[in-house]
Design a protein around this ligand. Structure first.
Ligand SMILES: Nc1nc2c(ncn2[C@@H]2O[C@H](COP(=O)(O)OP(=O)(O)OP(=O)(O)O)[C@@H](O)[C@H]2O)c(=O)[nH]1
Length: 299
C-alpha cells in the first residue's frame, strides 16, 4: 500500500461514523478513530490498554456501561472471552444512551480490531415494537370495559388450569355469574349506568377474590371465575363475599341508587371432566339458581 493510500485510509477511518480501534497482542491501544474515542470516552494517556480503558469507563461512569460493581471480577470474566474466538460480536450500551453493535476480530498475531456501530435507532424501534406487541397482547386478552380477562383468554386458560390441577392432584372449581334482570337496569337507568354496574361488579370481584383466581367477563352480563386449588364450599364463600360487598355497597354514592344482584353456578372438576363438560355443569346450576329465585349460588 502506498503512503498516499495509507494516509487516505486513515483519514477515512477517522471521519467514519463507525468506531474503529486497534489493540496489539498486549492489549495496548495502537489506534482509535474519533468516533471510537467519543463512544468509549477514551482518555488521553500514553500506552492506554484495553483494561485501562474499561477501568476508566467504570470509574468515571462514561463510555461503556459496565453493570458490575466489582470491576476486577468483570474484567477477568470478559478477558476469558476476548481472544477466545477469532470473531466476537455483542451489543453494548453507553452511559450517554447510545447502543453499539461491536465486532471484535482477533488476528493471528494477537492484534485485536474493534469496530463499533451505533444501533441506537434500531434499538429504539425494537423497543417500540416490543411495547406495541405487549400492548396488543394485553388488549387481545382483556375486556375493555371492565379490565378483566376476556372470553378468549378464559377459555384458553381453563384447560391449562385443569391440567395443572390434575398433575398436582388438586381440586379446581369454576363459577359462572350472570347478572339478574340486567336488561331492566339498562332499560330503566340507561346503558351507561349498565356499564357502570358491570365495572362495579368487576371491582368487587377483584377485591374479594384471590390473585390466583382468574376472573373474566365472557359475555354481556356473564362472568367466569376459575378457582384453582379450591373446594366447592370455598368457591361459594368467595362468591358470597362478593355478594355481601355488593349488598353493603353505598349504592347512593357508588351506583347512583341503582341496586343489582347476580346468580352464580359453581361446579367442581371431576375425573371425567373436560373444560366443556365442567362449564356445562356450572351453566346448568346457574340456571337452576335463576329459576330458584335469583341472587343465589348453586352448585
Ligand atoms: N350496559 C351494558 N349492557 C350490556 C352489555 N352487554 C350486554 N348488555 C345487556 O345485558 C342484558 C342481558 O339481558 P338478558 O340476557 O336478557 O338477561 P337479564 O335481563 O339479566 O335477565 P336474567 O339473566 O334472566 O336475570 C341485555 O339487555 C344486553 O343488552 C354491555 O356491555 N353494557
Amino acid at each position: 500500500m502506498s503512503d498516499t493510500t495509507e494516509h487516505t485510509l486513515l483519514a477515512c477511518f477517522d471521519e467514519s461514523v463507525q468506531g474503529v480501534a486497534l489493540f496489539d497482542s498486549q492489549d495496548v491501544m495502537l489506534y482509535a478513530n474519533s468516533a471510537f474515542r467519543s463512544m468509549l470516552a477514551v482518555p488521553v494517556v500514553d500506552s492506554l490498554t484495553w483494561e485501562g480503558l474499561m477501568r476508566n469507563c467504570h470509574a468515571k461512569r462514561k463510555g461503556l456501561i459496565i453493570a458490575d460493581d466489582d470491576i476486577g471480577a468483570w474484567l477477568s470474566r470478559v478477558q476469558r472471552k476476548r481472544r477466545a474466538a477469532s470473531v466476537r460480536t455483542f451489543e453494548s450500551d453507553l452511559f450517554d444512551g447510545r447502543w453499539l453493535w461491536v465486532v471484535e476480530s482477533t488476528h493471528a498475531d494477537g492484534h485485536v480490531m474493534v469496530v463499533a456501530t451505533d444501533i441506537t435507532e434500531l434499538k429504539t424501534t425494537e423497543r417500540t415494537l416490543r411495547q406495541a406487541r405487549d400492548t396488543a397482547l394485553v388488549h387481545a386478552n382483556t375486556d375493555s370495559l371492565t379490565g378483566l380477562f376476556n372470553r378468549r383468554y378464559a377459555l384458553d386458560w381453563l384447560p391449562k388450569e385443569i391440567q395443572a390441577a390434575r398433575l398436582g392432584h388438586r381440586s379446581l372449581c369454576v363459577g359462572l355469574i350472570d347478572l339478574d334482570d340486567f336488561k331492566e337496569v339498562n332499560d330503566t337507568h340507561g346503558h351507561q349506568m349498565g356499564d357502570h354496574v358491570l365495572k362495579h361488579l368487576a371491582d368487587k370481584m377483584r377485591c374479594h377474590m384471590r390473585p390466583a383466581d382468574t376472573i373474566s367477563r365472557i359475555g354481556g352480563d356473564e362472568f367466569l371465575i376459575i378457582f384453582p386449588d379450591t373446594s366447592l364450599a370455598d368457591a361459594s364463600c368467595a362468591l358470597s363475599r362478593v355478594r355481601q360487598a355488593i349488598a353493603h355497597a353505598d349504592v347512593t354514592v357508588e351506583l347512583a341508587g341503582v341496586k343489582y344482584s347476580f346468580s352464580a353456578g359453581i361446579a367442581e372438576l371431576s375425573h371425567e371432566d373436560t373444560s366443556k363438560s365442567l362449564l356445562q355443569r356450572a351453566d346448568t346450576v346457574l340456571y337452576a339458581a335463576k329459576r330458584g329465585g335469583r341472587g343465589l349460588n348453586m352448585m
